[in-house]
Design a protein around this ligand. Structure first.
Ligand SMILES: NC(=O)c1ccc[n+]([C@@H]2O[C@H](COP(=O)([O-])OP(=O)(O)OC[C@H]3O[C@@H](n4cnc5c(N)ncnc54)[C@H](O)[C@@H]3O)[C@@H](O)[C@H]2O)c1
Length: 273
């Protein structure tokens, strides 16, 4: 018997990176998995180079990996910044996998810009995906979790949701929003036995940091050197975190019956309290 036997988890943005790490950890813990992903994200060109971001093809690949672990898994096309799509993503999960026990709001985007020259578009997409996407995904799932009389929501925030970073004010604002939203929602849903927590990762070499290292390197500095410089400078333990690290905490939170309203760092000591 594994800790998440018989449970169904829906993970937004679970094709790659942190979401994929959580999906694999949940599958190993016995859960069936729905992955909600997007193929085209208007105005995502800053992080992805183009609006076509291939998330759904990535989700299908992750689904194949999960199936090999002996769990059921489905890929669902959904842009979390659109209400009709988050409603359908939850309905599709329940229709295809028979229920919903755990929601992980992981989908996120990043871009770099000083506030003085930041475009409205950069601000809007950070807020639409990172903050509104969490709200809409939770809103769509809540009635189903309430009907079950139990449930777990895990929102992926960031250390940037607790401490600002220059050039990322819009991203930080969206992640501070996720931490505050998680705190409030935990209080709102505690009487329904639904637990709501956030995970605050530090620095992981996912597609997100491929973009950041590329764009934060100094003139003439190789990308690898820039990456190593950030890791050494920012992380007291001097090593990046991994999607498997985040997956382990997510499995713990999914099973921790008396933990709610927390925003827990997995950051090698970047943010200490
Ligand atoms: N990588 C890090 O160092 C780091 C640190 C702290 C927090 N985070 C957060 O972790 C989460 C996952 O990031 P990652 O590092 O794995 O990045 P990633 O770019 O590898 O993965 C993000 C996934 O979200 C999907 N996505 C983007 N917009 C979407 C939308 N509108 N609807 C559905 N899916 C969408 C993308 O297709 C992608 O697969 C994000 O919320 C990010 O802000 C990452």
């Amino acid at each position: 018997m594994t800790p998440l036997d018989g449970q169904v988890a829906l993970i937004t943005g679970g094709a790659r990176g942190i979401g994929r790490g959580i999906a694999l950890a949940f599958a190993e813990a016995g859960a069936d998995i729905a992955i909600a992903e997007v193929d085209r994200l208007p105005s995502a060109s800053q992080q992805y180079g183009e609006a076509q971001i291939g998330g759904f093809a990535g989700a299908q690949q992750t689904v194949r990996e999960i199936t090999k672990l002996g769990r059921r898994a489905v890929a669902i096309q959904a842009d979390v910044s659109r209400k009709t799509e988050t409603l359908r993503m939850v309905e599709d999960t329940i229709r295809q996998l028979g229920g919903l026990d755990i929601l992980v709001c992981n989908a996120g985007v990043v871009s770099l810009s000083p506030v003085e020259t930041m475009s409205e578009e950069s601000w809007d997409i950070a807020m639409a995906v990172n903050a509104k996407g969490v709200f809409l995904s939770c809103q769509a799932a809540i009635p189903h979790l309430k009907r079950k009389g139990t449930g777990c929501i895990i929102n992926i925030a960031s250390v940037a949701g607790k401490n600002g970073a220059p050039g990322m004010a819009h991203y930080c604002a969206s992640k501070f929003a996720v931490v505050g939203f998680t705190n409030a929602l935990a209080k709102e849903l505690a009487p329904d036995n639904i637990r709501v927590n956030a995970i605050c990762p530090g620095i992981l070499r996912t597609q997100m940091w491929e973009y950041l290292a590329d764009n934060m390197k100094q003139p003439g500095e190789p990308k690898e050197d820039a990456w190593n410089r950030f890791v050494q400078m920012a992380i007291p333990l001097r090593r990046p975190q991994t999607p498997a690290d985040i997956g382990r905490l997510a499995v713990y939170l999914a099973t921790a019956e008396n933990v709610t309203g927390q925003a827990i760092n997995v950051d090698g000591g970047m943010e200490m309290h």
